[in-house]
Write a protein that binds this ligand. Structure first.
Ligand SMILES: [Zn+2]
Length: 196
């Protein structure tokens, strides 16, 4: 055996396919592939091979590792989100069919991208309230992706938003608790009312 042949032999041993790669893929690998593969743009040949191996259950750990590496590689592009039939294009208050209320607002620095925050109203326990005091607290929680599930038809009028503010004694714009009777009547606090 020449020196070169010996080197090649060692290299081929080192590069030999480990036995685990031929074991069946784990349920977790298969679930991850099923969940994420439809969301990315895969090379055509790979997409077909992946679909076939998922369909006939022939996926090995080696296959799964290769597919997952490509799937989560930063250079593998995401598919564009399917556009809502009637997307939200304006900031404002929205209420969906389930009755959830959202505030849609623009990102910082004049970005055109809009995002939605869910209005979360909490009823206070009787012990926490004293007679005429506030009965509810509220806050807006960032709701990841909600902007894509709302439609322009969900837009509330100013009167509808103020009615919610009035009913729960919160400012319909910033969710602050209202105590001043005139503000409760209006459903909005003086600072927010001044901005409209
Ligand atoms: Zn306010």
């Amino acid at each position: 055996m020449t020196a070169a042949t010996a080197t090649r032999a060692r290299r081929s041993t080192r590069n030999a396919r480990p036995a685990w790669m031929d074991e069946p893929a784990t349920a977790s690998q298969v679930a991850t592939l099923r969940k994420h593969a439809p969301r990315k743009v895969l090379p055509a040949g790979m997409a077909a091979e992946l679909a076939a191996k998922l369909a006939d259950g022939s996926m090995t750990k080696g296959d799964a590792k290769l597919f997952l590496d490509i799937l989560f590689d930063a250079s593998t592009p995401w598919k564009p989100r399917p556009a809502a039939a009637n997307p939200v294009t304006e900031a404002g208050m929205y209420r969906n069919a389930a009755g959830e209320v959202y505030r849609v607002q623009a990102g910082r620095q004049g970005e055109r991208r809009l995002y939605a925050k869910l209005l979360v109203i909490t009823e206070l326990d009787a012990e926490e309230t004293d007679g005429e005091g506030p009965r509810f607290t509220a806050r807006f929680d960032y709701a990841n992706g909600a902007i894509y599930r709302l439609t322009a038809d969900d837009r509330m009028t100013t009167e509808q938003a103020r009615a919610i503010g009035h009913d729960f004694r919160i400012c319909c714009q910033c969710a602050a608790v209202l105590t001043d009777p005139a503000s409760i009547d209006a459903g909005i606090g003086p600072v927010c009312a001044g901005k409209i």
